[in-house]
Design a protein around this ligand. Structure first.
Ligand SMILES: [Zn+2]
Length: 100
C-alpha cells in the first residue's frame, strides 16, 4: 500500500487510512491523532484560510466551489462530538484562496 494513513487512532490502536476513516468513526473520535500532513481542514480552518465566514464556506461546499466530504454519524454510532462534519481538502481551500 502506498497510501499514507490519515493518522493514528488510540481507540482502534491502529493507523487509519482514508477508506476506513468514515466507517470506523475516527472522523468524530477524540482518540484520533491527525497526521502532520492530514490533507483536510474543517470548516473553521477553511474559513480562516479564505478569510470568509464559516457559513460562506458551508455554502461554497454545497455549491461545489470548494471540494470537501461531509461525514455524518450513523444512528447506531454512539460517539460524542458533532453529528456531522465537513472535511475540506487543503488543496481546494488554497486554490479558492488564490482565486480570491
Ligand atoms: Zn478510531
Amino acid at each position: 500500500m502506498n497510501e499514507k494513513p490519515l493518522g493514528y487512532c488510540e481507540f482502534h490502536e491502529a493507523n487509519v487510512f482514508e477508506e476506513e476513516f468514515a466507517w470506523k468513526g475516527c472522523w468524530n473520535c477524540y482518540h484520533f491523532a491527525y497526521s502532520a500532513d492530514f490533507p483536510y481542514v474543517d470548516v473553521y480552518e477553511a474559513a480562516n484560510i479564505l478569510k470568509k465566514s464559516p457559513s460562506t464556506v458551508r455554502r461554497w461546499l454545497t455549491e461545489g466551489h470548494l471540494h470537501g466530504k461531509l461525514f455524518e454519524r450513523g444512528r447506531r454510532q454512539f460517539q460524542l462530538g458533532s453529528p456531522r462534519k465537513w472535511f475540506i481538502s487543503k488543496a481546494s481551500a488554497r486554490l479558492a484562496e488564490s482565486r480570491g
